[in-house]
Design a protein around this ligand. Structure first.
Ligand code: KIV
Length: 281
């Protein structure tokens, strides 16, 4: 068996690809360099996102909504997350790939959290896992870290708890919840997470969180005072028209591009215009 020699960035020696690692992200925070993160769930789009130079790809459990059409993130299974993650990993050459632990795969006990994380790392080849929650998941994070698996935290609006919240509205507007969120961020940092996502919380609070911890804080709907930003790829590309929160910036209108292309194809097929002489054997 031949072993590839790896340089200090975990890239094959002599290759020009600089792999993003958890250490690189921490250096970026220290230098004040912003971190870019997007979701991906399949090979084709992951390869575009990676080639464009994104720092982190999140195989989010938002696949439950975006890919499978469920109303919430709760139904997606560990097997389904591993399928999506393995497809993404096959495409990626440089980005750090973080995979969500789905609902029900880590809340039971810390042993289950470790077993689920090991499956994600072993079967998909992921680089890190993400889980939702603060102090209540500390024991699970501790246990996952014992296996050498990097963990990303997720605070604020945690969609796996949607039935507890009852709404997707902004979290932690009140003093008590915002103080608890800052404490949770510190607990996650002390436990050893390498980064924390904060979702849909007031910008001032998110900036305070980013200043209170040394690990990168990556926001979605959390303003500009954090160390990086994450969006759901299908939302920012404008594939999905129904979801329009205030924090979402659309960089393309792929809904229009795709619909117009499909309509043109249908017309060409129906009129006999496609295929023409050059498009046949
Ligand atoms: O599942 C997901 O896409 C996420 C992001 C919204 C952060 O957790």
């Amino acid at each position: 068996m031949t072993m590839k020699k790896l340089d200090k960035n975990l890239s094959p020696v002599g290759s020009s690809v600089k792999k993003i690692t958890t250490k690189v992200l921490q250096e970026m925070k220290a230098k004040g360099e912003k971190i870019s993160m997007l979701t991906a769930y399949d090979y084709s789009l992951a390869s575009l996102v990676d080639m464009a130079g994104i720092d982190v790809i999140l195989v989010g459990d938002s696949a439950s909504n975006v890919m499978a059409g469920h109303e919430t993130t709760l139904p997606i299974t560990l097997d389904q997350m591993i399928y999506h993650a393995a497809s993404v990993i096959r495409a990626v050459k440089q980005s750090l790939v973080v995979v969500d632990l789905p609902f029900g795969s880590y809340q039971g006990n810390s042993k289950e959290a470790l077993t689920s994380s090991i499956r994600i790392m072993k079967e998909a080849g992921a680089h890190a896992v993400k889980l939702e929650g603060g102090r209540e998941v500390k024991e699970s994070i501790d246990r996952i870290l014992t296996a050498g698996i990097p963990v990303m935290g997720h605070l604020g609006l945690t969609p796996q708890s949607i039935y507890k919240f009852g709404t997707y509205a902004v979290r932690a507007r009140e003093e008590e919840e915002s103080e608890r969120l800052i404490e949770d961020a510190k607990i996650l940092e002390e436990t050893g997470v390498f980064a924390i996502v904060v979702e849909k919380i007031p910008a001032k609070l998110a900036a305070r969180v980013a200043q209170s911890v040394n690990v990168p804080v990556i926001g979605i709907g959390a303003g500009s005072g954090v160390d990086g930003q994450v969006l759901v790829l299908h939302d920012m590309l404008g594939i999905n028209k129904e979801f329009s929160p205030r924090f979402l910036r659309r960089y393309a209108d792929l809904h229009k591009v795709i619909t117009e292309s499909i309509n043109a194809y249908i017309t060409d097929v129906k009129t006999g215009d496609f295929p023409n002489e050059q498009e046949q054997y």
